[in-house]
Design a protein around this ligand. Structure first.
Ligand code: IPE
Ligand code: IPE
Ligand code: MG
Ligand code: MG
Ligand code: MG
Length: 297
């Protein structure tokens, strides 16, 4: 695979990210918050993230024949959960990080109490998006169920990542998969699944989207590990080299850099295979998948 042309985000992602940023700004403004809490939440959310998850929601809706407008609220909901997970992930008690998206983390900016509480706030705000969206009652129930399940799995993954507690029968590779599929894979799968639900996917389309999300989600965190292992802080926008320092279980730390890169390539191919039944409508997701495998930040 030629990586040199695939490392910067594709134009369609940058375009979707602009739309997402705009709606995040607008809908956060409508949340009726006291000024200091609003400021903190805004700092954590409207700050130039890559918007991978909400973009996946929008593109999955399109891939099953729907239009982005149908899944914007669901997309924003997933990004709210993601931003909540980042704010809490960065806290001194978890990863103790001081740089996020190229800026001081929220607890450095506004203090730990505000970071805890603004993170908490984003959880209900995510679900608010789902009932503010113009979804049919049965869609709404499915969306809430998916988002609740993925959020629960994200928390489970964060506990394994931070506190361990694995079943002693598990091999190191099984433990790694358990951490990564839960802490990161679940929300990425959910972003895709929600896109399918909003676009009224057929059962076959929905299965394809779910499988794609599941595989791409695991791949995404292996790439994140590689970026931490070998990226430069100034380029990445978060302090790199921290996983090894903190003794985290990562792919490069456990199976080595080359085997991790091989795992990424293999998952990239598997994720593409999952898209086969979508035909030409899966093209944007294929390009997205390629970029996710080769991104450097
Ligand atoms: C970082 O996610 C945390 C992970 C779960 C890997 P992203 O790489 O999507 O971070 P942002 O949203 O672009 O800042
Ligand atoms: C992210 O894992 C998992 C989350 C649920 C936030 P990391 O701890 O590796 O994410 P970064 O590298 O801090 O973004
Ligand atoms: Mg972490
Ligand atoms: Mg972290
Ligand atoms: Mg990381």
């Amino acid at each position: 695979v030629n990586t040199s042309s695939t490392q910067s985000p594709p134009a369609f992602l940058l375009e979707a990210a602009l739309l997402i940023e705009e709606r995040l700004d607008q809908w956060l403004g409508e949340a009726n918050l006291p000024p200091h809490l609003y400021e903190a939440a805004h700092y954590a959310v409207v700050n130039g993230g890559k918007r991978v998850r909400p973009a996946l929601t929008l593109f999955c809706t399109e891939a099953v024949g729907g239009s982005m407008e149908q899944s914007l609220r669901a997309a924003i909901a997933v990004e709210c959960i993601h931003c909540f997970s980042l704010v809490h992930d960065d806290l001194p008690a978890i990863d103790d990080d001081e740089l996020r998206r190229g800026k001081p983390t929220l607890h450095i900016h506004a203090g730990e109490a505000m970071a805890l509480l603004a993170g908490d706030l984003l959880l209900p705000l995510a679900f608010t998006q789902l009932y503010e969206g113009n979804y049919k009652p049965e869609q709404q129930v499915q969306l809430m169920k998916e988002l609740a399940q993925a959020t629960r799995e994200m928390v489970v993954g964060q506990v394994y990542d931070t506190l361990g507690g694995f079943d002693p029968a598990l091999s190191p590779n099984d433990c790694l998969e358990l951490i990564h599929k839960n802490k990161t894979g679940s929300l990425i799968r959910c972003a895709c699944v929600m896109g399918g639900i909003c676009g009224n996917a057929s059962e076959k389309q929905q299965n394809a989207i779910t499988e794609f999300g599941e595989i791409a989600g695991l791949m995404f965190q292996i790439v994140d590990d590689l970026i931490d292992y070998q990226g430069a802080t100034a380029h990445v926008g978060k302090t790199t080299g921290k996983d090894a320092e903190a003794g985290k279980m990562t792919y490069p730390g456990t199976i080595g850099v080359e085997a991790s890169k091989d795992a990424v390539l293999s998952l990239h191919a598997q994720a593409n295979d999952a898209l086969t039944m979508l035909g030409e409508q899966g093209e944007t997701l294929r390009s997205f998948n390629l970029w996710m495998a080769h991104r450097t930040r």
